[in-house]
Structures are given as C-alpha cells and as structure tokens.
Design a protein around this ligand. Structure first.
Ligand SMILES: [Zn+2]
Length: 108
C-alpha cells in the first residue's frame, strides 16, 4: 500500500506524547498552509487533544511551557498559538477531540 502523502504544512516527527493528557503525536503542522519544517528544541506546538501549549525540549520530548516562557513569547508567537488553539477548539466542537473526551486534569 502506498503511504499517504504528507501535505507541505505537516511534518512527521515520530511518536511523542503530550505531558498533560498523554495524547500521542506523530506529526506537527503549521495549521495555516505555511510549509512546515522539522521542529527543533524550543519550538512550540499545541496538543490536538487537550490544547495545551507545548515546547520541544533539548531531547525533542514535549513539555508544557513554564509561566516564565509564556511571558517571554513574542506578539507573533502569541498570535500563532492563539490561532492554532482556536482552530483546534473549533475542530473539537465540530468533530470532538481526537480519541474521545479529554481526561480530567491531573495534579502535577
Ligand atoms: Zn494534551
């Protein structure tokens, strides 16, 4: 079977997990049609399931942003992340979150 072609705004990244809800990621994307590139440490993404803002750490695992990092985001980063979170929230309203309901928040 031929592999499904990956659109230019999506990059396959191998399996990663959301530290907040456990959702499994295998790709990242720009979400707005801009070409995607391979993520590097410090790049942000948004969990498709719980909509947490995440960052790739130095080992390319995902972790939640710290409060300090949130305050250091540029205006463009805040805009991009807000747009992405809005799109995902809209997808949840239309289709439901991927893999079913979001589990209750866990104390960390
Ligand atoms: Zn998540």
């Amino acid at each position: 079977m031929m592999p499904t072609p990956v659109p230019p705004d999506v990059r396959l990244i191998g399996e990663r997990h959301c530290p907040k809800c456990g959702y499994t990621f295998t790709a990242v994307g720009t979400g707005d049609g801009r070409p995607a590139s391979d993520p590097t440490p410090g790049d942000f993404t948004v969990c498709m399931k719980c909509i947490a803002v995440l960052v790739f750490d130095s080992s390319m695992a995902l972790r939640e942003l710290t409060t300090e990092e949130l305050w250091r985001l540029t205006r463009e980063e805040v805009r991009d992340l807000s747009n992405m979170k809005g799109r995902i929230a809209y997808m949840h309203r239309v289709c439901g979150p991927p893999g079913g309901p979001v589990p209750p928040m866990q104390e960390s």
